[in-house]
Design a protein around this ligand. Structure first.
Ligand code: AMP
Ligand code: MG
Length: 427
């Protein structure tokens, strides 16, 4: 199949229904999921050995069965079963069957043949007795029955049946998937091209790491985090640098980014304030929707298009940028890359903390699992505490309606590893 390009995202795709004020997290995710579609080209043929972390463009069907033929699961003696209760004595046929050298010929009824693990069952053999259960003489064996037919054998195709579907479009391949596919005799697969994600930082006060910084200045703590995260997700990360809050500079950087990337991720300047140049320029020269999402930490999240390239504007605060990148950015990227929207699995654990929360918004607390299996949260909820995202192993998600967490209440803990590599598809 030739390489094909998907249609562009619609210009108004990020528009929220009118009248919506603070959008609940679940609704925002649902909405995002509905409007996003694949933006990368598909149909690239690659070898399965190159397939780890790639997203499938076409389905995979088994080219052969596994095992291709019925074989022995153990080292022992093969014969035609079943056999009854009581002592069995069988004469041995000359020769043997091994995995690398199948037995040539047929084993007569009432005889047995030496057979090793993985060896194809010779004609006339459907049952194998373990060598440990046999007394062996030069030309015969004895063992105790009963033994059912097919004992200690593996049936042809019991693992994979030739022609059966293995993986569908949008599946992201793991190392174990490669093994499974190879066993089914498939050597080439078709994948989507890797999503290229550009990352841009903005802010007059933000400085490049390694340069000098005055007291009012801070080092860029977002770009390296987001670039590293994108690489870890198997996407291509493109460093678009750091720009001042000046419209010309922002425009240039967005143009350059849109030229070479499939998605732009910015941090900072995404609110509606005076210095929020990302929002301002998208509104007047591109297409922007600021999503006011009922979540802490997080708002604002800007979604838009710049020269037809989707753009996700994350908050400047590194804690909020990290949380929004995990909750919205991660699944969004997977869909843009041709994959499925996947929700992370959460684990209900006992809280080692108390908390009062306002109804009507979701909260994500930086958390980790203690040695006793309970979950603890970072001592300060301040979103300025960048140390907290490094300290934590995941987030406790507190739902929209929840108000009170008592010591020992069950809370939903989502490990960062689950956000990054969700272990199931939530449809
Ligand atoms: P903004 O979203 O631009 O209003 O920024 C919110 C807060 O995050 C401000 O305190 C910024 O100084 C800070 N901030 C913005 N970008 C970065 C960055 N790349 N690294 C660290 N802090 C940032
Ligand atoms: Mg700013």
């Amino acid at each position: 199949m030739p390489i094909i390009q998907p249609p562009r995202l619609r210009n108004d795709c990020f528009a929220l229904p009118s009248g919506v004020n603070w959008t609940p997290v679940d609704q925002a995710k649902q909405r995002l999921r509905n409007v996003l579609s694949v933006v990368v080209s598909g149909g690239h043929k690659i070898s399965v050995s190159e397939g780890n972390d790639r997203i499938l463009f076409s389905e995979i069907y088994a080219a052969r069965s596994n095992p291709p033929g019925s074989n022995s699961a153990v080292d022992g003696y093969g014969f035609s079963g079943p056999v009854e209760t009581g002592m069995q004595v069988l004469n041995l046929a000359p020769g043997r069957a091994s995995a690398g050298a199948p037995f040539d010929g047929m084993v007569e009824k009432g005889r047995a043949v030496r057979i090793l693990t993985g060896a194809l069952l010779p004609e006339g053999v459907d049952t194998v007795v373990l060598e440990e259960d046999c007394t062996v003489e030069a030309s015969r064996i004895a063992f105790n029955g009963p033994l059912n037919k097919w004992s200690n054998t593996r049936g042809a195709g019991e693992d994979i049946l030739k022609g059966s579907p293995m993986f569908g479009v949008g599946h992201r391949l793991s190392p174990t998937d490669l093994s499974y596919i190879a066993s089914a005799g498939v050597s080439n697969i078709e994948v989507f091209s890797r999503l290229k994600v550009g990352v841009l930082s903005t802010g007059d006060e933000v400085r490049e790491l390694g340069s000098g910084a005055l007291d009012w200045q801070i080092y860029d703590a977002n770009r390296l985090m987001l670039l590293a995260m994108i690489r870890e997700l198997g996407f291509e990360a493109v460093d678009l640098g750091l720009v001042k809050d000046e419209r010309n500079k922002v425009r240039q950087a967005l143009n350059a980014g849109a030229e070479k990337c499939d998605l732009l991720i910015t941090s900072g300047g995404a609110s509606a304030g005076d210095e929020d140049h990302i929002s301002a320029i998208l509104k007047s020269e591109g297409m922007l929707n600021s999503w006011r999402i009922a979540l802490k930490p997080g708002r604002p999240l800007a979604l838009g298009l710049w020269n037809d390239t989707p753009i996700i504007g994350l908050p400047g605060n590194p804690v909020a940028a990290w949380v929004c990148a995990l909750v919205f950015g991660r699944p969004a990227m997977e869909v843009l890359a041709g994959g499925h929207w996947r929700e992370p699995r959460g684990y209900k654990l006992e809280a080692s903390f108390r908390k009062n929360k306002r109804r009507g918004r979701s909260e994500y607390l930086r958390a980790r699992i203690m040695d006793d299996g309970r979950v603890e949260v970072f001592p300060s909820e301040g979103s300025g505490r960048i140390s907290s995202i490094s300290w934590s192993d995941g987030l406790v998600e507190i739902g929209f309606e929840e108000e009170l967490i008592e010591l020992g209440s069950k809370v939903r803990f989502i490990p960062y590893s689950e956000f990054l590599r969700p272990s199931y598809v939530d449809l």
